[in-house]
Design a protein around this ligand. Structure first.
Ligand SMILES: Nc1ncnc2c1ncn2[C@@H]1O[C@H](COP(=O)(O)OP(=O)(O)OP(=O)(O)O)[C@@H](O)[C@H]1O
Length: 288
């Protein structure tokens, strides 16, 4: 029996708002960088790759209440994927609201005002359960690091979203292995995250984000923990694999090299979008 067969079944793990409902405490605590799974709530899951548009209008977000509150988003209008798949870099100074915007667009945080339209539904108005199901079926997430369950193999980590969606285990295993193979990790099915390099672990995370065929992938500093060369190859894989599957990518980054690898750059300052420019995608690793 190989490692994959003998290892523990993916189990519900620590909650992450990307896949489970954020509790009020999690909302107050802000974004968490560990997209594990919370429960196995009933999910109608149909893998699909549909070019999709998301349109947000008038987003306002406050953390806290009263005089001590922080106004993190101040009337943000933002759309992605309206003219086909695109890769959008969200840049801006620290504290400008980049992660807040990503979490509101992805339905992890509820805005105080504004709408987020996705497939004719306002995510901001959805009940928690519906929003969780939507996140699991329609969106993919890649975070900086530490997002894989350490006790599971690479293949089992990739299987998690499919098992949550009640995909039969054998089918989920085949798909996970196929996706890992496509991402250059054909020999790594049975490896635990601790046995992988940082770049390999991020590729497993990308496989997990893409395996359900999401229409939109959200990434928050996906190469932030990697050296420059590894980061460049991971980024190339993330943009190429996402766009070639007909999905769009929204990536929060401080790194101009990441932005150059995208097709559009949005700049935030103090909770407001101050510029939004389409540009050619430059080869990853190109000189600055
Ligand atoms: N959980 C929270 N509670 C209170 N204030 C918060 C919380 N999370 C973020 N903020 C504040 O909201 C504003 C926007 O934060 P956000 O994390 O979205 O910025 P960012 O551009 O992603 O920053 P960075 O580049 O440093 O990650 C900042 O003033 C930040 O201090």
């Amino acid at each position: 029996m190989n490692d994959f067969q003998t290892s523990a079944q993916p189990q519900p793990a620590a909650a992450h708002p990307a896949y489970g409902n954020p509790s009020p405490a999690q909302q107050n605590a802000g974004p968490v960088q560990n997209p594990l799974v919370a429960d196995t709530a009933d999910i109608q899951h149909m893998p699909r790759v549909t070019p999709s548009a998301l349109q947000a209008r008038g987003l306002e977000l406050y953390y806290g209440k009263g005089g001590a509150s922080t106004h993190a988003l101040r009337g943000v209008d933002f759309a992605v994927g309206q003219h086909g798949p695109e890769a959008v870099a969200v840049m801006g100074p620290s504290g400008s609201g980049k992660s807040s915007l990503l979490h509101v667009l992805a339905g992890i945080l509820t805005p105080n005002n504004g709408s987020v339209m996705w497939r004719d539904e306002d995510i901001a108005m959805m009940k928690d359960g519906a929003r969780t199901r939507l996140r699991r079926s329609d969106f993919g997430f890649v975070f900086q690091s530490g997002q894989l369950l350490p006790e599971l193999s690479a293949a089992e980590n990739v299987m998690i979203p499919m098992l949550l969606a009640k995909t039969p285990r054998a089918q989920a295993q085949r798909r996970a292995q196929g996706m890992l193979h496509a991402l250059g990790l054909g020999g790594m099915f049975d490896k635990r995250p601790g046995q992988l390099s940082g770049g390999q672990a991020q590729r497993v995370a990308i496989a997990r984000a893409l395996v359900t065929g999401p229409g939109l992938v959200f990434a928050d500093e996906p190469t932030g923990a990697l050296d420059q060369a590894t980061g460049a190859s991971v980024l190339q894989l993330l943009t190429h694999q996402t766009l070639s599957r007909g999905a769009s990518l929204v990536v929060v980054t401080h790194d101009p090299a990441v932005a150059r690898a995208c097709t559009r750059t949005v700049r935030l300052e103090d909770g407001i979008i101050v510029s939004d420019a389409r540009h050619d995608q430059q080869p990853v690793g190109a000189a600055r």
